[in-house]
Design a protein around this ligand. Structure first.
Ligand code: FMN
Length: 254
């Protein structure tokens, strides 16, 4: 269940050396095929690479793990948000299976490599080391208050749990750039403008998709559908508009 896995998930930075069985590798490949993109026409690639090959693929500071998934995509509008949106569904699926993961934002592909499309992010993964444990409760999260995630009308009993789960999503350097405006059954998603010192623009686009995927997975678990659309919203100081969402009853296929 998403709600349980969202609470259990944390960035795992110590792994056991236990390898995945062939069956687990196949299950991961199948889970990747079943991820839902933010845009129907988005082309995103997930490449599973074992530890002994990763340094030939990428350079930079990666969390040490037995496996990595290199995520790249066709460079269309919103490709980074979409990469985060899909990657986080996989992270939640992995968590449900007892597999730990950590996004590695400090990694870049080697120039010589023919990574398909534009590089987005690398995910470290494997079984957590014995000393690591998943989270047990919401109180263990270091996050801004729910209040800080919201602008405008902050009272909406229907939408509040969606934002509660978006708040538990991981983000680069734990900056938590996503901000939401609730309105009836609709949510407007914004991203805080990144600070000038750490240039986190690319990472925070990924963060935005990660955060939105928690809203999507919460809706799915509750038999609800999320409809995304771009709107003409009044520009807001220090915030970048990303997308608007309507939460609707799931429509059965005819
Ligand atoms: C896009 C992105 C990039 C990240 N890059 C790194 C990284 O390079 N190294 C690292 O140790 N953690 C990295 N993290 C993990 C964050 O530090 C972590 O999500 C945040 O501190 C919140 O902690 P939690 O994931 O345990 O809830 C990254 C997370 C995201 C979403």
């Amino acid at each position: 269940m998403f709600t349980q896995a969202a609470i259990k998930r944390k960035s795992v930075r110590s792994y056991s050396s236990q390898k995945f069985s062939d069956e687990t590798k196949l299950e991961i490949a199948q889970a990747i095929k079943e991820l839902t993109p933010l845009y129907d026409d988005a082309v995103t690639n997930f490449k599973l690479v074992p530890e002994n090959l990763i340094h030939g693929e990428v350079k930079g500071r990666a969390v040490k793990a037995p496996y990595y998934i290199i995520i790249s995509a066709d460079k269309a509008d919103g490709y980074l948000e979409n990469a985060g949106y899909m990657a986080e569904q996989l992270v939640i699926w992995l968590t449900e299976k007892g597999i730990g993961s950590c996004y590695c934002g400090m990694v870049k592909p080697r120039e010589v490599n023919d990574i398909e499309g534009e590089y987005c992010i690398t995910l470290a993964l494997g079984y957590p080391a014995e000393k690591e444990s998943f989270r047990q409760s919401e109180e263990e999260f270091k996050r801004k208050s729910l209040e800080d995630y919201l602008i405008g009308d902050k009272e909406n009993d229907f939408l509040e749990p969606f934002i509660r789960y978006a708040r538990l999503a991981p983000s680069a350097v734990n900056k938590q750039p996503a901000v939401y405006e609730m309105n009836g059954a609709g949510i407007v998603a914004y991203r805080r403008k990144p600070g000038k010192i750490l240039n986190l623009e690319k990472m925070q686009r990924i963060d935005m998709g990660i955060s939105l995927s928690h809203i999507f997975m919460y809706a799915k678990e509750n038999g609800l559908h999320v409809d995304y659309y771009k709107d003409n919203v009044t520009p807001k100081d220090k915030l970048i508009y990303f997308i608007s969402l309507n939460i609707m009853e799931e429509i059965e296929d005819e």
